[in-house]
Ligand binder design. Sequence first.
Ligand SMILES: [Fe+2]
Ligand SMILES: [Fe+2]
Length: 238
Amino acid sequence: MQNANSVTDRTIGAIVAGDYRTAAVFEKHGIDFCCGGKIALSAVCQAKGIDPGTITREIEAAKSTPVDRSQNYTAWTLSFLADYIINTHHSYLKENTGQIAAYAHKIAEVHGARHPEVVEIAAIFDEIATDMAAHLREEEEVFFPAVKRVEATQKAGTAPEAKDIETIKRSLEKLSHEHDEIGDAAHKIRHLAQGYAIPDDVCNTFMVTYQKLNEFEDDLHKHVHLENNILFQKAAQS
Ligand SMILES: [Fe+2]
Ligand SMILES: [Fe+2]
């Protein structure tokens, strides 16, 4: 099985970056393809007790589903991809983070005595919200503009500014590290929330908060995947 071996040797991030349709397979198996995407598929299979042959067949099947050309992120220019990330994922965060934090505090107040995990969840989410605001600012005001300027010089056939190359190098390291930290915090919330299972004795706000936290994590995975596995990889080559 030469083919199966070559797929399992690749990292999760590289497989999803190569074909976004494979993300559905990893989601199904609860495998992190963004923040934890630097691990080889074979290692993940071993850790999670998944048969490599089965998942390889599922990946091949995902690759043969019809392509949605509008989601062919690897073919996009970095400037277009950066704008897409801002217009979808950054605007999602700006619209929802404050509201989710307010909900989390409300359920901590009402249900904290019977469900102490929600008090911890509210505190962790506050940290995520603060870190994320600074992270988005750095991407929008420093990193993405430098990436766009370098791409424009490449297109024009001129040399990029040394300070832009330096900015990209510095930001890449810092932003990747922040992705890991924010991803870890989101995993911690999922763990505390026991996978967002809704307890029997709670109100609608509790239910909505868990649904919103779940949606937040889902959006974060897609967002960080586009940055870590596509945008950052290409920007590192500039
Ligand atoms: Fe971002
Ligand atoms: Fe980011």
